[in-house]
Design a protein around this ligand. Sequence first.
Ligand SMILES: C[S@@+](CC[C@H](N)C(=O)[O-])C[C@H]1O[C@@H](n2cnc3c(N)ncnc32)[C@H](O)[C@@H]1O
Length: 236
Amino acid sequence: MVLMGVLEDKSNARLFYRYLSTVYDEVNRFVWTEEMRAEALGLLGLDRDDRVLDVGCGTGFATEGLRKHVDTVHGLDQSVDQMERAWEKFGKHGRVRFYRGDAERLPFRDDTFDVVWSSGSIEYWPNPVAGLAELRRVARPGGQVLVVGPNYPSNPLFQRLADAIMLFYDESEADRMFHEAGFEEFRHLTHGPAYSPDIAITTVADVPEPDESGAGSAAEAGIEDPAGSGPERRAR
Ligand SMILES: C[S@@+](CC[C@H](N)C(=O)[O-])C[C@H]1O[C@@H](n2cnc3c(N)ncnc32)[C@H](O)[C@@H]1O
């Protein structure tokens, strides 16, 4: 039996972020720092005109880092409360384009993006392998997918706590998830702030050529026509 943490449930996670969004930026900077963001960005080869998607963009902390390297970032999140904070920073219709949506059912056509980034979000996805496969599907062959998640703690007490809350994973579990999601080439970096230098695990994967079976090719909506996925379509 697979045990899931309380926040690996989409409606629980949305409710959680309705409240956390008000203090997210103040709290987050202690566990997901600008230095860590720079280390993760350094794993990518970004060009200014790359099409970049930030899945689970939240209040836009990673989006801000990505935007320093590329002209336009597309940010998607399931929480309008989180995105409202991002709109305050970037505007609602500026160089960051926002979509309300689900990481496990991305509203974009296959092969749309050069780079797909997701930091601090996979731990909330009920089916992380399905989410990773979606990231792979919307990234073009030869592009890159980068995922930052929480590293599995070594202390047994913290392990029990972690398991009860959400997904924490180590390198071997990351290997399994990325393989099952269809990635062949990837590498991991564990990093963190000085007080906990292994708190996060970042994986950067090369997007393989599609297999001949055409698996995972179901398109939903195009990036030029994100009908129904815009954050202004609020459905609470
Ligand atoms: C810890 S925050 C990370 C925000 C941002 N990426 C960063 O680097 O600071 C996690 C975000 O993932 C979003 N999220 C969780 N589950 C999601 C899902 N299934 N689809 C889309 N977004 C999701 C949450 O709403 C939240 O904004």
